[in-house]
Design a protein around this ligand. Structure first.
Ligand SMILES: [Mg+2]
Length: 187
């Protein structure tokens, strides 16, 4: 018996009537779409189109992890976070993670495990972040981009988890990664 291929329409989806790039930056685009909602209302949706990113928890054999302190301009504040970076065009999340780990921390990892993927700003961006656990670290030397200023911080993985729970860590990718890591380490 032949099975019909059907695409099921999401009953909650908006119908896009028109779409416009309002701003095209070096990696972000601001989009404004005119839509018709399922109940027939004409409305607009403004959002950021993002290339996606990969984030890494680099972990030594003794359970220490490498974090970064980095100044984040939108909030005018320095944050403690795990290494991460934007995907280059057509780059896979794993290749991006491998590249960013070396660039930002100076370590190469031979064991990689996918911890998960999440969308960090569903109300106003299509950004997706893929998180990996990187182990079996070997020092090869950091090479930061000009203007990329960060400070490396090492701590036991349990401290990453406790700082993510007590509010000291506010960066969402780091908090999610810490929760997934705690689950991973409990296995
Ligand atoms: Mg980065």
């Amino acid at each position: 018996m032949q099975r019909a291929i059907m695409t099921v329409k999401d009953p909650l989806a908006d119908e896009v009537l028109s779409s416009e790039v309002k701003y095209k930056g070096s990696f972000l685009q601001v989009i404004r779409d005119e839509v018709r909602t399922p109940d027939g209302v004409i409305s607009c949706r403004e959002y950021l189109r993002h290339p996606g990113a990969a984030a890494i928890i680099p972990m030594f054999d003794d359970g220490r992890v490498i974090l970064e302190k980095q100044y984040r301009h939108p909030l005018r504040k320095t944050f403690l976070e795990i290494p991460a970076g934007k995907l280059d065009p057509r780059e896979s999340p794993l290749n991006c993670a491998k590249r960013e780990l070396i660039e930002e921390t100076g370590y190469e990892a031979s064991k990689w495990k996918l911890l998960g993927r999440f969308n960090n700003a569903i109300g106003y961006s299509d950004e997706e972040i893929t998180v990996f656990l990187a182990r079996d670290l070997k020092k090869v030397g950091q090479h930061l981009d000009p203007g990329e200023v960060l400070e490396l911080v090492e701590m036991p993985w349990t401290e990453l988890v406790s700082k993510s729970l007590n509010g000291e860590i506010r960066d969402v990718k780091t908090i999610v990664a810490a929760m997934w890591l705690a689950h991973e380490m409990a296995d």
